[in-house]
Design a protein around this ligand. Structure first.
Ligand code: SF4
Length: 341
């Protein structure tokens, strides 16, 4: 990274990320104009008729800047563009493929796996990924106020088997610093909890979110802190993301990445190898390569297990073992992710 580039992005303005979050691209027409996309009439370019009202277009401008102008097949654009392919009817898909509603034990709390619970710390995200497995999730019913958080945390404290609390969402880093600090302090004070894990896409889509004050809060956590970023393509990583990861590394957190395997976006070995290298350059370990969940409206992204297995075999023949992510699938009701291969 050049010194000039660094000096531009190291200026730490806590409000900057909130300004970006308040100024997302939500109008498909604006996005096509910014990217100088011609209306080609292809099915990729045509807009979905369904789903847009409940899962609108949301693209942070720093993320759009990494898209290639004039290219409908750009891998970043395809992750966020609500294409007509979402309208295809496939009865094998479901709005709640992981049956999360049955694990939603209290407001903001999902208890799926032995020993760990997940809190939906923020009811929204900075980006709407069209493949999202929670695109139909009832966030309105899972946005606790402080009193409800206290009750939820008290419920966790009564279960001595829980040693790890996962902050997910939505995107937990879309919450304000005050709530994040309060939640981390509360969780940290639970005697049996040894690890706090944060799953987030914000360091990738709005790297300006990783402010010095957020890093101070993260550094103050006594539990082991694990931050799992969600990055699907090496084109998502630029100097601003590298700086964000450098800052997160300075908090002492263990950094890992989870990728969703997506047709037409990253389902080739060259792309995944490049992603692993770029992640490792930032001291981020490739952790999971997740077969997409079978969510209504996302059939065009699906990659089957056999194709995933072939890809992993190819990647394994190129990369050292520590750079090969585990290929996994989530099966509803199973007590852990299912490892493939
Ligand atoms: S950031 Fe994660 S939770 Fe939010 S829309 Fe994307 S995949 Fe879904």
């Amino acid at each position: 990274m050049s010194n000039a580039a660094l000096s531009v992005i190291t200026s730490d303005s806590p409000e900057k990320w909130q300004e970006i979050l308040a100024d997302l691209i939500t109008d498909p027409k604006e996005l096509t104009e910014i990217l100088q996309l011609e209306s080609t009439g292809s099915v990729n370019s045509r807009l979905a008729r369904s789903g847009l009202s409940e899962f609108s277009l949301k693209v942070p401008r720093p993320f759009a800047q990494r898209m290639q102008p004039g290219n409908w097949s750009d891998p970043l654009l395809r992750q966020v563009w609500p294409s007509q392919l979402e309208d295809e009817v496939d009865c094998s898909l479901s709005e709640d493929p992981l049956q999360e509603r049955s694990f939603n034990q209290a407001t903001g709390l999902l208890h799926k796996y032995q020993g760990r619970v997940l809190l939906t710390a923020a009811p929204h995200c900075a980006v709407h990924c069209r493949y999202c497995f929670r695109r139909h999730f009832d966030y309105a019913a899972n946005t606790p106020g402080k009193q409800q958080w206290r009750e939820t945390l008290s419920q966790i404290s009564r279960d001595s088997s829980i040693s790890e609390v996962i902050l997910s969402g939505g995107d937990p880093l879309a919450a304000g610093d005050n709530l994040i600090q309060w939640l981390l302090t509360q969780i940290d004070s639970l005697k049996q909890v040894t690890t706090i894990r944060i799953h987030t896409r914000l360091p990738v889509v709005i790297p300006q979110r990783i402010t010095n004050s957020l890093c101070q809060t993260l550094s103050s956590v006594d539990s082991k802190l694990v931050i799992v970023i969600h990055c699907n393509h090496s084109q998502e990583i630029d100097s601003s993301v590298q700086l964000a990861m450098q800052k997160l590394r300075s908090t002492g957190a263990t950094l890992m990445n989870q990728t969703v395997l997506l047709r037409g976006i990253n389902n080739d070995a060259e792309t995944l190898v490049s992603l692993s290298h770029k992640l490792f350059d930032m001291d981020v370990l490739p952790y999971y390569l997740h077969v997409p969940d079978r969510v209504t409206g996302t059939g065009h992204f699906l990659v089957d297990d056999q194709e995933g297995l072939k890809l992993i075999a190819k990647i394994r023949s190129i990369l050292p073992g520590y750079l090969v992510p585990q290929l996994v699938r989530e099966d509803p009701g199973s007590n852990s992710k299912t490892r493939l291969g």
